[in-house]
Design a binder for this molecule. Structure first.
Ligand SMILES: [Zn+2]
Length: 325
């Protein structure tokens, strides 16, 4: 009997789920709304309904499903499947795995969402040909995930892998974590937009003003689009962004020396226009040369589905670890 895994990517506005077989093929996907105002019980009920809908859509029962994996925002204790803290939902010590398991009758495993996405890309996306990969998702912050020897590395009580909160500018910009000069203060989409707005204010002649009517309309593409058209101010913003991203990547590479760095998030849609200079910077600055230990820097492939793949892969990995014991 074919066994399946359900992967749920839990977010602040919706939860997306997919039904995956043991080979990594997703057979159907669905989603439901989530709301920060909902009581925990309602969210659990919605997730259980979502899982049951997937089984019904593919005409299988829970006997065909090995486990459910969830990628959740916040600080996660994956050992117990507890959401230790999720500020957006005001969740503290919510036993998510236990709660959903009670409603579905299936084993449930929970990982941090950035970690789940990294595992998804590592197993079924850009990292599938490598054992060791690190994924960086450039968004509001920088989400990071480390996969070593094909396994997700989560650190003690799954509190590790916070690659966005490593300092690249001592005494720099204040981060949401309380430190100054964190990687994500310089190389996230939020940082790029902030730098773009600041430069536009200083340079009213910049071509960047042609693509937006006000500073509120600035997005992660504004500087890149104008830089492609030769705008000097935009090129300066893009170059600075590339060097900050490069510095952060060099730190990670020197520490872990993965075989591949996978870049995700909207900014990665800039493709080689972003990645080629990042590669050049990183290859020039890493400690052990690339001729000795090959290193690739690539775009994420699974897009918004990485979290679903990763959550299902996480459930699979945890079930395999169980049977090996
Ligand atoms: Zn920080």
């Amino acid at each position: 009997m074919e066994k399946y895994y359900i992967g749920i990517d839990l977010g602040g506005m919706s939860a997306k789920a997919g039904l995956m077989d043991g080979k990594g093929t997703i057979h159907c996907m669905d989603r439901c709304k989530t709301d920060p105002g909902d009581p925990v019980e309602t969210t659990l009920e919605n997730l259980a309904t979502l899982a049951k809908k997937l089984m019904a859509e593919y005409d299988i029962t829970k006997d065909n499903v090995e486990a459910i994996g969830i990628g959740s925002p916040g600080v996660i204790d994956s050992g117990t499947g507890t959401v230790v803290h999720w500020s957006n939902f005001h969740w503290n010590n919510v036993p998510l795995a236990e709660g959903l398991s009670a409603k579905t009758g299936l084993p449930v495993f929970v990982a941090n969402d950035a970690n789940a996405a990294a595992l998804g890309e590592a197993k079924f996306g850009s990292g599938r040909n490598y054992e060791d990969s690190v994924m960086l998702t450039l968004g509001t912050g920088i989400g990071g995930g480390i996969v070593l020897g094909g396994k997700l590395f989560e650190g003690y009580r799954s509190a590790g892998g916070e690659l966005g909160h490593t300092v690249i500018r001592r005494g720099g910009i204040k981060c949401t974590c309380g430190r100054y000069g964190c990687f994500e203060c310089y190389a996230s989409a939020t940082a790029l937009k902030r730098d773009t707005r600041n430069a536009m204010e200083r340079h009213p002649e910049s071509l960047m003003w042609q693509s937006v009517s006000s500073l509120e309309d600035v997005n992660g593409r504004t500087a890149f689009d104008a830089a492609r058209r030769g705008d000097e101010t935009a090129k300066m913003i893009v170059n600075n962004f590339i060097e900050c991203l490069g510095d952060g990547i060099v730190n990670i590479v020197n520490l872990l020396r993965p075989q591949v760095i996978i870049i995700g998030g909207g900014v990665s849609n800039e493709g080689d226009y972003l990645l080629n200079p990042v590669r050049e910077f990183v290859y020039e600055h890493i400690y052990a040369p690339r001729e000795y230990a090959p290193l690739e820097i690539v775009r994420a492939q699974l897009g918004n589905d990485a979290g679903i793949y990763g959550a299902a892969a996480y459930a699979m990995a945890r079930m395999l670890a169980k049977t090996c014991l």
